[in-house]
Design a protein around this ligand. Sequence first.
Ligand SMILES: [Zn+2]
Length: 240
Amino acid sequence: MGYTIIYMLLSYCLQYQQVPILCYHNISKADDGKEDLLHISEKHFQQQMQYLYNNGYTAITPDGLYAHMNGGAPLPSKSIMITFDDSHETHYSLAVPVLNQFHFRGVFFIMTVCLNKTGWLTASEIRDMSDQGHIIACHTWDHTNLALHPSYNVNEQIVKPKALLEKITGTSVCYFAFPYGEWNEQAIKDLKQANYIGAFQLASHQQSTDPNFTVRRIMVSGKWTAVQLKEAIDKAFILP
Ligand SMILES: [Zn+2]
């Protein structure tokens, strides 16, 4: 109840529609029963996407969300965003085929330190995902917690990964996800300086003073049924 009041007030203050944004991490082939907020099996991921598809959701991109937030561009009535953190190779081999099956576009936040290493996304996979219409975005070089380590190297963590991902995809890379969802004002300032348009965090409140750089997401448990996914979405986001 407390959350509901807070988010109703927030929606009123921000003057735009809240869009549920889901955050996935590891996706595994096997359904080994060890699923949690960081792990989901291909089967359960497929079931969750099927639920969203059956219930009329449209997966929007960051460009669509920011056009709505900043200029009132209309969104589909049941909008959702489906994001993936940390560059796991299974994002390409397991998640993308499921997304494509339902005509959902995903948003992939890449940490470039593991590029081309075993078990992690390769440059050609990232390029192919981008060419297929999925969105490639940045998640630092090596997953440094920017809020916890304020002396981080801006060039290494924020500037160079953007340039590298732009070279790989041949498109602009304008969005960022804070490792661990943790952010502070200095990190936001550095992102703006490096020409990012916006950034995604996790569960702390979106800031009315800087909403573009504090967009909220929820981590999805691999254990959730479709009904539990719906309940989590409804609890976290005030929807039209
Ligand atoms: Zn991460």
